[in-house]
Design a protein around this ligand. Structure first.
Ligand code: PMP
Length: 406
């Protein structure tokens, strides 16, 4: 692609230059967590070296610098997603974000007879919180099924949105299959029927330009560590009217305006939902990650990853005895597969000895594996900093390992 020297981009990621078991590292576990560019590592280091202080509490210089940097990250995230900064609740990641919706929005509202609609391809983080809410409210869970190619069955999904359905929980991009769901159309249909939508954007935000104003969901959850940011960072975007109506999930300092033993006046959203000292260093790092992704351009990242995926698919098509899961026409650079006669963990363990890091197991998506009738898969997931040479090295290692196991 014109305009980007991907070799130089790769050089921004120091970890990618280490070796593993005497082989150059091939890191294909990006859907699990991404690597971090020097700019992110240095931003966190700079916070601790130069302006480490708590946010919002102190009037001294360090305190105001820390607060400014923390709030600047909220603004950067808002710019990335085309939303208002005061509609973004900063938290530890997708898991916390979805639980916040479950406990603050769903728990006080749902009652027996209500239905929570959840797609077959959800990560456990977008299933288990709804089961906990269902147990406590008497609501039930309904499953929106998928087609064999790993796409959502949209007719079935829309038919399942009966008047009892109060909430739909759906992934923007599947972590196991890479399927990109048409969330804009889905949210439009849901809205027509009065169904509130929770979109899990964990696997989407790092790979495409996301415009939340265009998607039209009610809630959007994502995690910082998959988008070149530090672990323990993420956010929930919610429509302002929801944030105003929702009670706080966690109580403590920072989220209040006034406390007496007779009662407490809560701060305005989003601070109402951010009790306690946050992961300040993490959000300083996440702000740097957003700057980094924006400078590279999400459009260019998407095109680069599509190119890498096309190469990977081409190479894998020539390997005998592979079963690939998910053939959606719109797919992120994620490939789940099994080798005939080999256990997923054995395969991943042998690949690790060749320096290749992929994930094996259940990928926190048991119901999806049940659909395909398998206990585990291997998953190779790419990022823009991966290379065509790494794809060739991975496929060569896969052939070698398959020979050993076969
Ligand atoms: N949803 C999806 C689709 C994911 O891929 C992940 C991360 N594996 C999560 C939710 C959970 O994210 P976190 O562990 O950062 O809370």
């Amino acid at each position: 692609q014109a305009g980007v020297d991907w070799g130089r981009v790769r050089a921004d990621f120091p970890l990618l230059y280490r070796s593993v078991h005497d082989h150059p590292l091939v890191y294909f576990d990006n859907a699990n967590t991404s690597q971090k560019p020097s700019a992110v590592i240095e931003a966190m280091d700079g916070y601790y070296r130069r302006f480490n202080a708590n946010v919002s509490r102190a009037v001294h210089q360090l305190g105001s610098e820390a607060t400014e940097a923390y709030e600047a990250s909220r603004k950067k995230l808002a710019g990335l997603l085309n939303v208002r900064a005061d509609e973004l609740v900063l938290c530890s990641g997708t898991t916390f974000a979805i639980n916040l919706v479950a406990y603050s929005w769903a728990l006080p509202r749902l009652k027996p007879g209500d239905v929570i609609l959840v797609s077959r391809m959800e990560h456990h983080a977008n299933i288990v919180p709804w089961q906990l809410v269902a147990e406590r409210t008497g609501a039930t869970i309904r499953v929106a099924e998928i087609n064999d190619d790993g796409t959502l069955d949209l007719d079935a999904l829309y038919a399942a949105m009966t008047p009892e359905v109060k909430l739909l929980a759906v992934a923007h991009v599947s972590n196991l299959l890479g399927t990109v769901n048409p969330v804009r159309a889905i949210c439009r249909e849901a809205r027509k029927r009065g169904v509130v939508t929770v979109v899990d954007g964990s696997q989407a935000v790092p790979h495409r330009r996301i415009d939340l104003a265009a998607i039209g969901c009610d809630f959007y959850a994502f995690t910082g560590h998959k988008m070149c940011g530090p672990t323990g960072t993420g956010a929930l975007w919610a429509r302002r009217e929801h944030l105003q109506a929702m009670p706080p999930f966690i109580g403590g300092g920072e989220m209040i305006r006034e406390v007496s033993f007779e009662g407490t006046v809560f701060n305005d959203p989003p601070h109402k939902f951010e009790a306690g000292t946050p992961n300040i260093a993490g959000f300083v790092g996440l702000g740097a990650a957003v700057d980094y992704l924006q400078a590279l351009g999400l459009e260019r990242i998407e095109a680069r990853e599509a190119e890498l995926l096309a190469h990977l698919n081409e190479e894998l098509a020539r390997v005998d005895g592979l079963r690939i899961f998910g053939h959606a026409p719109d797919k992120a650079a994620v490939v789940s597969f099994l080798v005939e006669g080999a256990h997923a963990h054995d395969l991943a363990t042998l690949l690790d000895l060749e320096g290749v890091a992929i994930r094996s197991g259940q990928h926190c998506a048991h119901p999806l594996l049940q659909f395909y009738g398998v206990a585990a898969t291997c998953r190779a997931s790419l990022a823009f900093y991966n290379t065509h040479e790494e794809i060739d090295a991975f496929v060569a290692a896969l052939r070698k390992v398959r020979g050993l196991l076969g």
